[in-house]
Design a protein around this ligand. Structure first.
Ligand SMILES: [Zn+2]
Ligand SMILES: [Zn+2]
Length: 256
């Protein structure tokens, strides 16, 4: 009982939050709004990571990437007590392991997040539509899966991890059935952080337990689509506790 009280009296916060969205994709705040929110939460660094341009409905417009870069560089001069970074939440597009950003575009970002989302067609539209539909109908609606589907989804993510320099894999396990152990092994090997999201319920408690059996490191991402959610770590901390994960393995979690 006393131990429980001690645990509850701790304060949890993030040192940095580099998974946030703005109006350049489907977030509600501007880049500056997110920076101000990050400052108010006491973050050392804030990252802007709007959706990759390959997403049909809410991807960032390619022409806006340089606009965002200029805005981040302008704000860095204005707000010197917080690091401001420009990233992207790129979409894993098909089994080639490619992302929906070009080499030239990657050069404008400070880091890459990547995740699996519906609404991205890439180079093999029919194959992508088939995979998305299968995942949406079977996993999303019917809560079912097949071995083949799980193997395909896992291969998609593992290839992307090996073919790209991905800092964070966003909400692993979301929107399909994946072999979390295989993905965690790839992330550990490549130094990619697995996200424990507070916007989504992924990684799940079971997913955290599974991944924790490898050497992978974790990061909490607010995935904030509104400035008030920036720096939010509550839901992630609850799942971390439930999974019994050592807080030390979460790179941006401060426990006081
Ligand atoms: Zn996402
Ligand atoms: Zn996101």
């Amino acid at each position: 009982m006393k131990q429980e009280q001690d645990r509850d009296s701790k304060r949890y916060r993030l040192s940095y939050d580099i998974h946030t969205h703005t109006t350049f994709s489907h977030g509600k705040g501007s880049i500056e709004d997110n920076v101000i929110a990050g400052k108010s939460k006491g973050l050392k660094a804030i990252g802007i990571s709007d959706h990759g341009p390959g997403h049909l409905t809410y991807g960032v417009k390619r022409r806006n990437i340089s606009v965002m870069r200029k805005e981040v560089d302008r704000l860095k001069l204005l707000y010197t007590d917080i690091d401001i970074l420009l990233g992207v939440e790129a979409n894993i597009i098909n089994l080639s392991g490619k992302l929906d950003v070009t080499e030239e575009e990657i050069g404008q970002f400070d880091y890459l997040i990547a995740g699996y989302h519906y609404g991205v067609l890439g180079e093999k539209p029919m194959q992508s539509i088939g995979l998305h539909l299968q995942n949406y109908i079977l996993s999303g609606l019917l809560k079912m899966s097949t071995k083949r589907q799980k193997a395909l989804n896992t291969e998609l993510v593992v290839r992307a991890i090996y073919e790209n320099n991905i800092k964070i894999l966003s909400h692993p396990g979301d929107k399909g059935v994946f072999d979390i152990r295989e993905i965690a092994l790839a992330c550990a090997d490549r130094g990619t952080l697995m996200e424990i999201s507070t916007w989504h319920d992924w990684l799940t408690v079971e997913g955290i337990k599974e991944a924790a059996r490898t050497d992978v490191s974790f990061v909490i991402g607010s995935d904030a689509h509104t400035p008030d959610r920036i720096g939010d770590c509550q839901g992630a901390v609850s799942r971390i506790k439930a999974a019994g994960l050592d807080f030390e393995r979460v790179t941006n979690l401060i426990v006081e």
